[in-house]
Every structure is written in C-alpha cells, then in structure tokens.
Design a protein around this ligand. Structure first.
Ligand SMILES: [Zn+2]
Ligand SMILES: [Zn+2]
Length: 399
C-alpha cells in the first residue's frame, strides 16, 4: 500500500515535470544556427555615397530634456551638414507610445535630412536604440521589455528593426543578449575617455565571432536656451555635447533611410569626433591585384595569402599635422603608423589565418578640427579623431 502511494506520487511529479518542460519548449530559438555556406560577395566599393549622422539624441519628448524641440535639432543639423538623424526619445516616458509623441510631432519632418524612426528602449535591464527606415510598432517592443531574450528577440526579428546596444559599460548598460543587436554604441557623447570599457566589450564581442557594428551617439538631451531665463542647470551641456559629437558616417548605396540602416547593419561605417573631422576609411586588397576590393564591414574567406590594407583620412585633414594610426588585430595592438598630407594614407600587409576568424580595425589620433557650434566638445574628445569598423575574415554571417 505504502509503495503504491510513493509510485503514484512519482507519477504525478513526472507528469508535472513533463508539462513544465513542454511550456518552456513553446519558445522557438530565433538564433538557431543555420548551415554556413559560401560567403556573400562583397558589394561594390564605388557604388554608394558617404552620409554623416547622429544616432542617439533626445528631444523635448524625453522628460528630462530641455530647450530641445525637434525643429531646433533639425535646423542645427542642417547647418552643420548632417545627412541623417535618429531622434531616440525614452520610450518609457510615453509608456511606449513613441508613434503618437516623437513621430507625431508636426516638426518631425525634413526635406534635406533623412529622419530615421526609432526610440531609446528604456528598461530595467538597460537601454538600447532602435533604428528603422519606416514606422514600426514600437509598442510591441516596449511591452515585452521584462520578458526573456527569446521573446524580445522574436519581436525584434518580426518588426524587422535594427536594435543597438547603448552605452554598454555605463549606467543603464544594455543587459540583454548581444545576439539580438546589430550594433554597439562604442562612442557615447563627446567625452571619448569614458568609452574605454565599451571598446573592450566591442573587441570581446568581435572576438567571440559576432560581426557587430561599432557606432557613435551624442546622447544629447539639452539644447541652447532661447533666452537666459529659460536656462536650466544642464544648459551648459549643449555647448559641449550636441548633434554630431560624435558623428557616425555610413557608406550607403543611395541617399535613403533604408540604405543608411543597411550600411549600419553591414558595418560600412566609421565614427569621428565631429562632422568636420576627416572620415576614417579602411580598405583591403584581398586578391592582391593592386586594387582595393573590400572595405570596413566586409567579410571574406581568408586564402592564407597576404592581404594589402589601406587607411585613408578623407575630407578635412590638416596638412600640417601628423596623424597616428593604430591598427588592432583580433583585439590586440598590431601596429602603429603615422600619416601626413591632404589625404593622410597608410598601407600595410598582413596574412589573415586561412583557418579561423581574423579581424582588423583602426583608431586614428591627431588634431580635431574646430566645431564652433559645439565649442566645448573638442577638449572632451581629446585627440581621438575617429575609428573604423573592422574588416573581417572567415566570420560566419549567420552567427
Ligand atoms: Zn540611455
Ligand atoms: Zn539616451
């Protein structure tokens, strides 16, 4: 009799276990591995246009922002030559309803600047930015913010949005799986020095096999007040950190919002201290025919033969100054070069391993050109001119 009761209890327990296991199995893993085939061909290096923009910015629709209506942001951006912009207001300040706040603002329109749709996904597990070429149902992302990564990841996939990890080492750092993001904010605000840990996290994510785009974002919350009586205790920030500190450049196939998001996803992007800083371009000649055939963000199979690399500072370089180019290979210092001239250029050769992953990226130091509209920013950025995204070998595009 006693034995029967024990057996019966075990049976009940067993049933309970199996029904629990079944409940958990209802989640489908959105990142299930797929077979690694031939790598997609590298897109054209010439068929495109460089666009500069700002990817993290708060308007008056974020509660703690001040003196920062969208019209002011747009007028400023136009004046300094910004091509694209994503206003990323805190979604929790409007209970997720970004659609009827930031995006519904009559000032949210521009003839000259590509306006991305997005928001700062502001959760107890940290912050991430959304970048989208078109309106999407942000409320759905907001509503699952406290759920498991598999739930959030499925929504991100379904909405077709680019999710990006914000200020990854600071307060409110992104506390979800990096499997669901396509980029990481390695340069937050004009204060370059506080990004050291973010850069380390980026190198670790790259080393683990993620093809993850590094991007910038000023995270500016405050505009210059119209009159002295409108000043707040934070007004001083607008003179040191505003649109374009730093600036993220993308090589887009066309001047469209979708092409901007695609370039960001693909990693054809670099980050510079401000909109007037020379752009950091990074190329490789994979087949050694004397012509560059890859650029940053591109991924190719390593052949075991040497590859020629080129770093080029394009635009507003100071011909009397010397720039220092640090090459990082697989997260470690590889070599340091100096360059001068109107278009400072550095070339070097290395052989990526035929088996296993290799990536190269560069950081450029030197004088930062004046940004008169945000005069306090240059001192905060120090001598950090800009950084490239990596050139990749043997990375699994389905990771
Ligand atoms: Zn944040
Ligand atoms: Zn923010």
């Amino acid at each position: 009799m006693h034995t029967h009761i024990v057996l019966f209890s075990l049976l009940i327990l067993g049933l309970n276990f199996s029904s629990q296991a079944q409940a958990q199995n209802t989640h489908v893993n959105p990142w299930a591995p797929t077979e690694l085939g031939v790598l997609p061909p590298v897109p054209s290096l010439t068929n495109g246009i460089w666009l500069k923009g700002e990817l993290h910015l708060h308007s008056r629709h974020s509660k703690e922002s001040s003196n920062n209506p969208i019209s002011k942001i747009l007028a400023f951006s136009k004046a300094v030559g910004i091509d694209y912009l994503c206003i990323t207001d805190h979604d929790n300040h409007v209970d997720g309803d970004v659609e009827h706040n930031t995006w519904a603002d009559p000032e949210f329109k521009s003839d000259s600047i590509l306006l991305l749709y997005g928001a700062e996904w502001t959760t107890t597990r940290g912050h991430g930015n959304v970048f989208s070429a078109r309106p999407y149902d942000h409320q759905r992302l907001y509503d699952v913010r406290d759920q498991r990564d598999v739930v959030v990841g499925a929504i991100v996939k379904e909405l077709g949005i680019h999710l990006s990890a914000n200020h990854p080492s600071g307060k409110d750092h992104f506390g979800y799986s990096y499997d669901m993001v396509k980029s990481i904010e390695v340069w937050n605000s004009a204060i370059w020095s506080k990004n050291a840990n973010a850069m380390m996290i980026w190198d670790d994510m790259l080393s683990s096999g993620r093809k993850l785009t590094g991007r910038g974002g000023s995270d500016a919350h405050h505009g210059v007040p119209e009159t002295p009586d409108k000043a707040t205790k934070n007004s001083y920030q607008a003179r040191a950190n505003y649109v374009g500190t730093p600036t993220t450049w993308v090589f887009a196939t066309t001047r469209t919002s979708q092409a901007v998001v695609d370039a960001l996803t693909n990693g054809r992007a670099c980050v510079t201290a401000n909109p007037y800083t020379p752009r950091v371009e990074f190329y490789a000649d994979w087949d050694q025919d004397g012509k560059m055939d890859m650029m940053m963000g591109d991924n190719a199979k390593a052949t075991g033969k040497p590859v020629r690399f080129r770093v080029q500072l394009t635009g507003n370089a100071n011909p009397d100054s010397t720039y220092t180019v640090n090459v990082i290979k697989n997260g470690n210092p590889f070599n340091t070069f100096t360059a001068k001239g109107k278009t400072p250029t550095v070339e070097f050769t290395d052989t990526p391993e035929a088996i296993g992953r290799t990536y190269y990226r560069v950081e450029v130091q030197g004088p930062i050109p004046p940004y008169p509209q945000v005069p306090g920013s240059m001192a905060l950025s120090g001598n950090m001119v800009g950084l490239s995204n990596p050139i990749y070998f043997n990375f699994d595009p389905n990771f």
